[in-house]
Design a binder for this molecule. Structure first.
Ligand SMILES: NC(=O)c1ccc[n+]([C@@H]2O[C@H](COP(=O)([O-])OP(=O)(O)OC[C@H]3O[C@@H](n4cnc5c(N)ncnc54)[C@H](O)[C@@H]3O)[C@@H](O)[C@H]2O)c1
Length: 249
């Protein structure tokens, strides 16, 4: 018996990095997985990857910053597999790097639109479906920047702090409806999002982690799996770090 047998799970931004690792681990643990991404090529390749190892997955394209597409994504999930038990709102972007006084309004709006509005749209439609199911679990991917600053990325910091707040509200509002909601705060993880960083910048980032290295997507996925499973049955409204000691300094 695998820990997610008979569960239907949805992961946004599942075509790459952390989301891909989560989708693969969910499938390995027995869930039927809806792999969603704005990037069709990467999403379809993730589904092939999962199927090649004996898992079950379906790709549904959706831009999480578009509420109509997110509503359609939840409907497509139910059309494909009949219900929704687990949702991981992972899709996110970094945005431009500038001090707050120089931060462009366009980049501010874009980052908040994907990283915050997109998570709200996801939760909104997932919660309605989970209430129909009689329960469910949501895991929102925040960041260490849900609790500490990311200098030159005020939109990112703001969006991730807000995701932590949204998660707390949902935990409180749905505590007696058999729906749990938690947030995860990874430090810097080796993903395509970070591959754009220069060598010097990467070394500086590594130095901020007491463990002396960046994290791996699979290490984040293990925490998300725990929070998505019955093993965390008394945990809701929380924010859990997977940060190699970054925020302990
Ligand atoms: N990599 C890190 O160091 C790190 C650290 C902490 C938190 N995070 C968070 O983890 C999440 C995943 O990051 P990652 O590093 O795996 O990034 P990534 O760039 O490797 O993957 C992000 C995926 O999201 C998709 N995506 C982007 N915008 C989308 C949208 N509007 N709708 C649907 N899909 C969209 C992309 O196509 C991509 O497949 C993000 O929320 C990010 O903020 C990352």
């Amino acid at each position: 018996m695998k820990i997610l047998d008979n569960k239907v799970a949805l992961v946004t931004g599942a075509g790459s990095g952390i989301g891909l690792a989560i989708a693969k681990l969910y499938a390995k643990e027995g869930a039927k997985v809806i792999v969603s991404d704005i990037n069709e090529e990467h999403g379809k390749s993730a589904v092939e990857d999962i199927k090649s190892t004996g898992g079950e997955a379906t790709f549904v394209k959706a831009d999480t910053s578009n509420p109509e597409q997110v509503e359609a994504l939840i409907k497509a999930t139910v059309d494909a597999y009949g219900r929704l038990d687990i949702a991981c709102n992972n899709a996110g972007i970094g945005g431009e790097q500038a001090t707050t006084g120089d931060y462009s309004i366009d980049s501010w709006k874009k980052v908040l639109n994907v990283n915050l509005d997109g998570v709200f749209y996801g939760c909104k439609y997932q919660l309605s479906q989970m209430e129909k199911n009689g329960g469910g679990v949501i895991v929102n991917i925040a960041s260490i920047h849900g609790t500490v600053a990311a200098p030159l990325s005020s939109a990112y910091t703001t969006s991730k702090h807000a995701v932590v707040g949204l998660t707390k509200n949902i935990g409180v509002e749905y505590g007696q409806k058999n729906i749990r909601c938690n947030a995860v705060g990874p430090a810097y993880i080796e993903t395509p999002l970070l591959e754009r960083a220069s060598g010097d910048m990467k070394e500086a980032l590594i130095a901020k982690h007491p463990m002396g290295r960046l994290g791996k997507s699979e290490e984040v996925a293990e925490l998300v799996l725990f929070l998505s499973s019955e093993k965390s049955s008394f945990m809701t409204g929380g924010y859990y770090l997977v940060d190699g000691g970054y925020t302990a300094v």
